[in-house]
Ligand binder design. Structure first.
Ligand code: FAD
Length: 394
């Protein structure tokens, strides 16, 4: 079997950021990243790709170019964890042992959880921003829409970037308006949640946005099946249990998501399947040498890249402290950020912590829609991501 001092599972946002920070602290550390994919995606851009503001390729880089200098890339899937023996296995049959383990394989998209979705997505009016393969179909549909009912869904349970399901709805509505066809369209936001946003300060603004746009909201509506032949979307009304059928001409689906199966089935998981870590130290609740951050972790905050930017330095500081026999001093406060795009020239930059209190970066009221914040999302944040965050610099 192979041994590394620090093994990182997943070379996505969290895995690369942690690896870069570890090696910036000490270039002699023995760090390995287990990541099966040749490509790495800056997923926050997919909202803008779906809205026709960016090309899909702009979100994609070769994984090989992002693995920090000094780290070893093991190109494989992790299959099982054996934390009692500081060991894991991969799909190709390798056993890898470690002194410290960082688990960051992201969230799993459960395309199969909606009847008919897998076959329908990408075709005849059904689209989704939630994969590189399908995000192009969103823009195709928005661009070619000539009127009728456009439905945008948000599932029950955790999703990455809680605001993303509505961003694409706001963009599409704005596009239809600019094309002069808005009066021929019904724009419907059908969400399993009870309200538009979890934090009051931003919810107030977003409620006004919905009103101004004339978007029809259907809260507590959870998509459960798609019938592409009759263009019907079948929802469950979560309070009454009743079945609601809506006809669509265009349907943007945010698929249900959950903990990756191989994590949920392992001794590392909590009852909901996420890697069970302390919400402040990011150390595993039962295994002192296991750590987690990002979408696969149990951290009870909105799952975003912005959150990982604040989690990574805490994890790295605490892991190195543990390794050196010191006490864990760094603490994560649940900071997360959700740039809610409300149109082609406006964005509400929500930032908040575990207590759902605003934790804003800029010295102005961020609950206002602003053009400057849209520019930040389109140009500023991607640069910060590729050149700052993934290099362990910010
Ligand atoms: P990922 O970046 O998804 O990486 C997980 C990695 O683990 C992948 O490379 C995968 O190949 C690998 N992996 C999977 N299984 C295995 C295995 N068995 N073994 C080894 N490796 C494995 N965030 C924001 O901050 N702002 C936004 O505006 C925003 N908007 C978004 C819009 C959309 C449409 C989407 C989809 C996401 C958005 N996000 C946004 C969320 C953000 O992209 C994620 O929160 C972030 O990428 C999570 O990082 P991660 O490292 O946990 O997972």
């Amino acid at each position: 079997s192979v041994h590394h001092h620090i093994v990182i599972v997943g070379g996505g946002t969290a895995g690369i950021t942690v690896a870069a920070r570890l090696l910036n602290e000490n270039e002699k550390l023995d760090v390995a990243i287990i990541e099966p994919s040749e490509k790495h995606y800056y997923q926050p851009l997919w909202t803008l790709v779906g809205g026709g503001m960016c090309k899909p390729e702009e979100s994609e880089r070769c994984e090989a170019d992002l693995i920090p200098y000094g780290a070893e890339w093991i190109k494989d899937f992790v299959a099982t964890f054996d934390p009692e023996n500081n060991s894991l296995t991969t799909r190709s049959g390798q056993t890898i042992t470690y002194d410290h383990l960082v688990v960051a394989p992201g969230i799993q998209i459960n395309w199969d959880a909606i009847e008919g979705l897998k076959d329908a997505v990408g075709k005849e009016g059904v689209c989704s921003n939630y994969s590189f393969a399908t995000v192009g179909s969103t823009w195709e549909n928005i661009r070619n829409f000539r009127g009728g009912t456009a439905i945008f869904t948000q599932p029950a349970g955790a999703v990455k970037c809680g605001g993303a399901p509505q961003k694409i709805c706001h963009l599409a509505e704005d596009y239809f308006r600019r094309e002069g066809i808005r009066d021929k369209c019904e724009v419907v936001f059908a969400s399993a949640s009870p309200r538009i946003f979890a934090v009051d300060k931003y919810a107030k603004t977003l409620e006004r946005v919905i009103q101004r746009k004339g978007t029809i909201t259907k809260f507590r509506h959870n998509l459960k099946a798609i019938r592409p032949d009759s263009k019907q979307a079948v929802f469950e009304q979560l309070d009454t249990g009743e079945e609601v059928i809506l006809k669509y001409d265009m349907l943007h689906v945010t698929p249900p998501m959950g903990a990756p199966d191989f994590v949920a089935q392992s001794p590392l998981a909590n009852d909901d399947g996420w890697v069970d870590v302390d919400k402040h130290t990011l150390q595993h609740c039962r295994f002192y040498n296991v750590w987690s951050l990002g979408d696969a972790s149990s951290l009870p905050t909105s799952k975003t890249a912005a959150a990982i930017r604040k989690q990574a330095p805490v994890l790295v500081e605490n892991l190195l402290a543990e390794k050196n026999g010191q006490s864990l001093k760094a603490s994560y406060d649940g900071y997360t950020s959700c740039p809610v795009v409300t149109g082609y020239d406006s964005l509400v930059l929500a930032e908040f912590n575990y207590d759902k209190e605003p934790a804003e970066t800029f010295p102005f009221d961020q609950s206002k829609e602003r053009f400057s914040m849209l520019m930040l999302k389109k140009y500023g944040l991607p640069n910060l991501y590729w050149h700052g965050m993934l290099k362990g610099r910010t």
